[in-house]
Structures are given as C-alpha cells and as structure tokens.
Design a protein around this ligand. Structure first.
Ligand code: AMP
Length: 221
C-alpha cells in the first residue's frame, strides 16, 4: 500500500507522515527532504537547485522523476511508501503513475489536508526541523519536549525557504495546481479530504481511522 499526503506547504504533511511511519512501518518519501539533502551534501544537483528552492519555486519534473524512480526501485521499501510533496502538478501525476506501473506498485489512498492561507503562514514561520533526527516541530503550535524530542535543542533549525515572501508564492503555486490533481484522484475513488486546521493528534486520529483498514496485510513478510 502506498499513500499520498497532499496539501499546501505547512499543512502538516511531514508531521502526519512521521506518525504514519511510526505506526504502520512505512517509509516517507519527501521530495523536499531529498532535494534539501542534495543541497546539504553539495552534490552537482544540490548546487543547481539551491536558488530555485530558496525562492520557493518548483524544480523541474525531470529531477522529480529520477528521484522517485530511484525510490520506487528500492525493493526493501516496496509498496510501503508515503509520498509527501509529490505530485505537485498534473504532469507529475502522470509521471508518478507511469513509474508506479513500471515498478508494479500503486497508490491505495490519497489524504488531502485542507488549511487556510493565514494559518499556513503562521505555521511555516514557526516550523523547526531537527537536523539530527529529522522530526518536525513548531515553536507556536507543537513545541518539542522531553517526551517528543530526544535530541539536544541545538539541532533545531529553520528551513531557508520558510520565510514570509517565499511562503506566499509557495502557497499560490499550490492553489493553482491543486484542483486538477485532486480531481484526478477523486475520479479514481481514492481521495480523502481532511480538515487540517484541527490539533495534530485529532487530525492523526482521523488519518489513522482511514489507513488502519487498508493496512491489515502490511506486516506480512
Ligand atoms: P517541501 O519540503 O515539500 O515544502 O518542498 C520544498 C521545496 O522543494 C519546494 O518549494 C520546491 O522548490 C522543491 N520541491 C519539493 N517537491 C517538489 C516537487 N514534487 N516538484 C517540484 N519541486 C519540488
């Protein structure tokens, strides 16, 4: 079973993916994380995309295609993926579909988180990511504490694209591209729309109730 977590930047996709990874033994595929890692380790791809990401623009579909192709060819995580941040446009829907066919996999469920623009801006400006364990927190809405975060707080960082000017453009890009993508998955009968403005644990309860019945065979070896 593969899942897509869909929604604007700051909707809580990363946080909810982390919950699903823990409970259902899934593997998170965040194209944003993969791209940021290329920048962090200074690969030729990382150097090429740094300014695009810092401006909040999308990288080319070809780059996304090769990242996703590599992930889908990994047999260790076969059919146990949560896509966070892809697809971002209708062409990526097609690319993802073709790659899934190529690797004999499919999407069982799309979870779309709905959050309004003002809340998104607040959430993104407060977002903190641990550079050691990669968990995501928020200095306003989801502060790390001794139970939720084991690393030292010196590892908490801000993403370079989490600032007011880029978040508005990232949100607008999402709004422009989202409808046809949602329509596509609605027609396939696998779209679940979730109110993303509630507390993290309330949203997760709803997500878990959707995923649980699909996941009965997940642990089979
Ligand atoms: P995210 O972590 O999903 O917010 O992504 C951070 C940034 O990475 C985006 O603003 C884009 O520049 C780039 N990015 C991530 N996923 C994609 C994608 N599927 N297509 C194009 N660009 C992407």
């Amino acid at each position: 079973m593969n899942i897509i977590l869909f929604g604007p930047p700051g909707a809580g996709k990363g946080t909810q993916s982390d919950n699903l990874v823990k409970d259902f033994n899934l593997h998170k595929v965040s194209t944003g994380d993969l791209l940021r890692n290329e920048i962090k380790i200074n690969t030729p791809l990382g150097i090429k995309i740094k300014s695009i990401i810092d401006k909040g623009q999308l990288v080319s579909d070809d780059i996304i295609e090769s990242l996703v192709d590599k992930i889908l060819s990994n047999k260790k995580i076969f059919n146990r993926l949560i896509f966070d941040g892809v697809p971002r446009n209708l062409n990526q829907v097609k690319i993802l579909n073709d790659l899934l066919v190529k690797h004999k996999q499919k999407i069982s469920c799309v979870l779309s988180l709905t959050v309004d623009r003002d809340t998104i801006i607040k959430r993104v400006l407060g977002r903190q990511v641990c550079s050691k364990c990669s968990l995501i927190f928020n200095e306003f809405f989801n502060k790390p504490n001794n139970d939720t975060h084991l690393c030292d707080k010196k590892y908490l960082t801000k993403r370079s694209d989490d600032n007011t000017s880029t978040i508005v453009s990232r949100f607008d890009t999402y709004s422009k591209e989202a409808l046809p993508i949602l329509d596509f998955y609605k027609k396939q009968g696998i779209l679940n729309e979730i109110q993303g403005m509630m507390q993290i644990d309330v949203i997760y309860k709803e997500i878990k109730a959707i995923i649980q019945p699909l996941a009965t065979w997940l642990y089979k070896k």
